[in-house]
Design a protein around this ligand. Structure first.
Ligand SMILES: [Zn+2]
Ligand SMILES: [Zn+2]
Ligand SMILES: [Zn+2]
Ligand SMILES: [Zn+2]
Length: 727
C-alpha cells in the first residue's frame, strides 16, 4: 500500500493514487478506487478474471443483476448462471492449494547454521536462523526436527535472558519429541527460566527433577559436572535472577487509559461523553453528549475482525500483531508466524480455514479488505452465523439501523450485527462493481467450502444451500461495508540515531520523537469507531495497543458538536482539491467541513503569527486578526459587538498559552511524553478558547499530542537504539 504520503493513519485507504488533474468528480477514478478495495496487488488475477466473467455473462445480465434488491438474491443469481459458476469453480480447481510448506532439509540446515553462530557467542544473531529452523520444521517425520530446532533456539533465548520465550520453547520441544538424553538439561533450563521469572517454587521442583535424572547419565565425569551445576543453580535460588523484557518487542506498557467520564451505558467501548445522533443529511454520527476536553479518552475498542498485512507476516504475530521474538508456526504451513503458543491456539479456529489457501488468496491479488471479510466469518464459525439468520439488518436505505435485536442473541452476535449495519452505499454502487464484489464473495465461499467450513458436502454442481447463501450474503455485505469502514492499524517505529562520523564529536542526544515513523501493520473494523464521521480538521486522534484502538480528543468540544475523525486526507497536508477528490472517489461523499468550506491553507503555507482570535466579549462570535509581535498594540474595536478589545491583554493571554506549548516541547526533547501530555492538552484547550483555527502552533501541538499518545501504544525501538541503550 502506498501510504507514505498520508497522515497518521486513516481508514483503510488501500489506494493512494497521485494524479495531477484533481477534478472533483471523476467516475473513472472512483471506479479505480473501488476496484482497489477488491484487488490491491496489480499482479493478481482476480480483477481480470472478474472482468472476463462479466463479459461472458453479458451486459444484460449484469444490468439486471444490478437491480436485484438484496445480497442473497444477488449471490444466488450469480451462482445460478452456469458460465459464472463454472468460472468461479475453475478459479479454485486450476490453482491447487498453494502455501509455504514445511521443509525438513531447510529446517535442519538453518538449525546447524544457528548453532554455529551461537557457538561464536552471538545469541541474537543466531536467533533469526534458529527461528527459521522452527518455522520450517515438519511437525512429524523420522527425525524430531521441530523439537531439535526449538531446543537449539531455547539456548539462544537463555543466553539472552528472555526467560518466558525460552521456557515456552523448552516445554514445546519436550512435547514435540525431544530425545531422552536431553531431558536432564531440559529440566535444568526450565529451572533457570522459572527462577528468572520469579517462580522459585517451580524452579526448585524442576531442578529436583533434573537431579533425579542424574543416574541416567552414563559417563561418570559428566555426572559429576552436572551434579555441581544443578547444586549451584539450587544454591542460587535464594538470590533473585534478573530477566530481560522481550526486546525489540515493546508491548504497550500498563493498562489502556480509562474512558473519560466512564463507560457509555449502551456502547461499552465508548465514553459517556459521546452519543450517536441520526440525521437525514449526515446519517448516523458521533456527537458530544457533554463538553469534551482535549486529551479525553473517548473510545477504547477491540476490533470485530483484524488482518495483518501480508508483508508483515514475517515480522509480526498473525493473531495479536505483536513483534516476533521467537516465532512459532502452525503444524501445516510456514507462511505465517505466531508470537507464542497462546496466539497459535487462539488463531486455530480461523487459520484452519485460511492456512492451505493463503497462497491462493495472496496470488489472486485481493485486497486485505477482502481477507478481512473472510476473517470476520472464519473466526466466528458457522454456528454463530446461523444464529444471525433473520436478524441481519435491512439492506435498503443509506442509514439502515440494526433491527432491534431480540434477547436470544449474545453480545457478540449483536456486535457482529452492528458491523453489518454500517454504511454500505448499496443504492449508489454501480452494477459492474457490485457484480465484481459478488464474484469475490463466491470465490471466498468456494474457499470456505473447500476448507470444511460447512459440514455438508459442498454443492459445487447444484444450488447453494441455506447455510451457503447465508454466509455468502454476509461476505458480500462485508465486502461493501469494509470498503468504507475499516481502519488501518499502525505502530510507531523509532529509527536509530545516526552514528557520529570518524573524527566528529558525538552528536547531542536527540529526542527519539524526531525519528518516529508511522508504519501500517494491518487493517481492522471497529463497530463503535466506524460511527465517527469525517472532518478535514478532525477532533480526535487514534493510536493502537496491539489490535485495540484508542480514540482521544485533540480539541475541546461543546455539547452537541460533531466528534469527527479523519479518514485520511487532513487539511494540513492535502489541498482542498486533493481532499475532495479522494473523499468523493474513495468514500463517496462531498466534504463540506469548515476547512473545505473556507479552503484553509496547508501547514506549509500557515505562518506562525497569522491567525484569528475570538472577540473576548461574552456571546460575541466575531474573530479578528491576532496582533503580531511587531505590531503596535493598543485598542481595536470589534466590528460586530462594537466593544473595545485590549490587544495588549490578548497578546498576553496568547503568550501565556504559548508557554505551555514550549514546556511540552521541552519535555518531548527530554523523551518524557507523559510529562508533555498535560501541557499539550492545556495549550490546545486554551488556544481553542482564544483563537479560531487554522493556527499553525495548534496543529503542530495536535501532531505532537498524537505522537506522545502513540508512545504508549504499539512501539518498536530500533535495535540499534536498544543495543546501545540496554546492552
Ligand atoms: Zn501473538
Ligand atoms: Zn497454517
Ligand atoms: Zn473537508
Ligand atoms: Zn465582539
Amino acid at each position: 500500500m502506498a501510504v507514505a504520503q498520508r497522515g497518521p493513519g486513516g481508514r483503510a485507504a488501500v489506494v493512494d493514487l497521485e494524479v495531477s488533474d484533481w477534478s472533483d468528480l471523476d467516475p473513472n477514478f472512483t471506479r479505480v478506487c473501488s476496484s482497489a478495495t477488491l484487488q490491491s496487488d496489480r499482479r493478481g488475477f482476480f480483477l481480470d478474471l472478474a472482468e472476463e466473467v462479466a463479459d461472458e455473462a453479458g451486459l444484460g445480465f449484469v444490468e439486471e443483476f444490478g437491480r436485484l434488491p438484496d445480497d442473497a438474491r444477488r449471490l444466488s443469481a450469480c451462482h445460478a448462471h452456469p458460465r459464472v459458476r463454472d468460472r468461479v469453480r475453475a478459479m479454485l480447481a486450476s490453482v491447487q492449494p498453494v502455501y509455504r510448506d514445511k521443509a525438513a532439509d531447510v529446517s535442519a540446515q538453518r538449525r546447524l547454521e544457528g548453532e554455529r553462530v551461537l557457538r561464536g557467542s552471538n545469541a541474537r544473531g543466531a536467533l533469526t536462523a534458529l527461528s527459521q529452523a522452527v518455522m520450517r520444521a515438519p511437525a512429524s517425520g523420522q527425525e524430531p526436527l521441530l523439537a531439535l530446532a526449538l531446543w537449539a533456539r531455547s539456548e539462544a533465548l537463555l543466553q539472552l535472558r528472555h526467560f518466558q520465550p525460552c521456557l515456552d520453547d523448552v516445554q514445546l520441544s519436550m512435547r514435540s519429541g525431544l530425545p531422552e538424553d536431553k531431558r536432564l538439561d531440559a529440566f535444568y533450563r526450565m529451572g533457570l527460566c522459572q527462577h528468572g521469572l520469579g517462580d522459585v517454587k517451580r524452579a526448585a521442583a524442576s531442578l529436583q527433577v533434573a537431579a533425579r535424572l542424574l543416574d541416567r547419565v552414563a559417563s561418570a565425569a559428566e555426572r559429576t559436572a552436572w551434579t555441581a551445576t544443578i547444586q549451584q543453580a539450587m544454591g542460587a535460588l535464594r538470590v533473585p535472577r534478573e530477566g530481560k523484557p522481550s526486546l525489540p518487542v515493546q508491548a504497550p506498557a500498563g493498562p489502556a487509559p480509562p474512558l473519560a467520564a466512564g463507560q457509555h451505558p449502551q456502547m461499552p467501548a465508548a465514553s459517556s461523553l459521546l452519543r450517536v445522533s441520526r440525521s437525514k443529511a449526515a446519517g448516523r454520527q458521533m456527537v458530544a453528549a457533554q463538553p469534551i476536553r482535549t486529551g479525553d479518552t473517548l473510545v477504547v475498542e477491540a476490533p470485530e475482525a483484524a488482518c495483518l498485512l501480508p508483508d508483515k507476516f514475517g515480522t509480526h504475530c498473525l493473531h495479536c500483531f505483536g513483534r516476533l521474538l521467537a516465532p512459532v508456526a502452525c503444524a501445516t504451513c510456514s507462511g505465517v508466524a505466531f508470537c507464542g503458543r497462546a496466539c497459535l491456539s487462539a488463531a486455530e479456529p480461523y487459520h484452519r480455514h485460511e492456512c492451505r489457501h493463503l497462497g491462493l488468496l495472496l496470488g489472486s491479488g485481493m485486497s486485505v479488505l477482502c481477507h478481512l471479510a473472510l476473517r470476520a466469518v472464519t473466526q466466528r464459525g458457522l454456528a454463530f452465523l446461523r444464529g444471525l439468520r433473520g436478524h441481519l439488518p435491512p439492506e435498503s436505505g443509506p442509514d439502515a439501523a440494526p433491527a432491534p435485536a431480540p434477547a436470544a442473541l449474545s453480545d457478540e452476535q449483536r456486535r457482529f450485527l452492528s458491523v453489518c449495519a454500517l454504511e454500505a452505499h448499496e443504492d449508489r454502487r454501480p452494477a459492474r462493481d457490485f457484480f465484481h464484489r459478488c464474484i469475490m464473495a463466491l470465490f471466498l465461499l468456494r474457499i470456505l467450502q473447500d476448507s470444511g467450513f460447512f459440514p455438508e458436502a459442498s454443492s459445487v454442481e447444484g444450488d447453494l444451500n441455506e447455510d451457503e447463501i447465508l454466509v455468502g450474503s454476509i461476505l458480500l455485505r462485508l465486502l461493501q461495508i469494509l470498503q468504507f469502514n475499516a481502519h488501518e492499524v499502525y505502530e510507531t517505529v523509532i529509527l536509530p540515531r545516526p552514528a557520529p562520523k570518524v573524527g566528529e564529536a558525538p552528536q547531542e542526544p536527540r529526542s527519539k520523537f524526531r525519528s518516529a515513523r508511522v508504519v501500517y501493520i494491518g487493517v481492522a473494523v471497529y463497530p463503535t469507531v466506524a460511527l465517527f464521521n469525517h472532518d478535514c480538521y478532525p477532533a480526535v486522534t487514534r493510536h493502537f495497543r496491539g489490535k485495540d484502538i484508542v480514540v482521544t480528543a485533540t480539541r475541546p468540544l461543546a455539547e452537541g458538536d460533531v466528534v469527527a475523525e479523519n479518514y485520511g486526507p487532513i487539511f494540513t497536508k492535502r489541498t482542498l482539491a486533493q481532499r475532495r477528490r479522494t473523499l468523493n472517489s474513495r468514500y463517496w461523499f462531498h466534504c463540506s467541513c469548515a476547512a473545505c468550506a473556507e479552503d484553509w491553507p496547508l501547514m506549509e503555507q500557515l505562518a506562525e503569527d497569522d491567525f484569528k482570535f475570538r472577540c473576548p466579549a461574552a456571546g460575541c462570535e466575531q474573530t479578528m486578526r491576532a496582533p503580531r509581535a511587531q505590531d503596535a498594540v493598543g485598542q481595536a474595536r470589534c466590528p460586530r459587538c462594537g466593544r473595545d478589545v485590549d490587544l495588549d491583554a490578548v497578546r498576553g493571554r496568547l503568550q501565556a498559552a504559548r508557554a505551555g506549548f514550549d514546556a511540552a516541547l521541552d519535555a518531548m526533547e527530554r523523551d518524557e511524553p507523559k510529562a508533555a501530555l498535560p501541557w499539550l492538552c492545556r495549550f490546545l484547550d486554551d488556544m481553542h478558547a482564544l483563537t479560531r483555527p487554522p493556527v499553525r502552533s495548534v496543529h503542530l501541538a495536535q501532531e505532537a499530542l498524537r505522537t506522545c499518545l502513540a508512545d504508549a501504544g504499539n512501539l518498536l525501538l530500533h535495535l540499534g537504539d536498544i543495543e546501545a541503550g540496554n546492552e
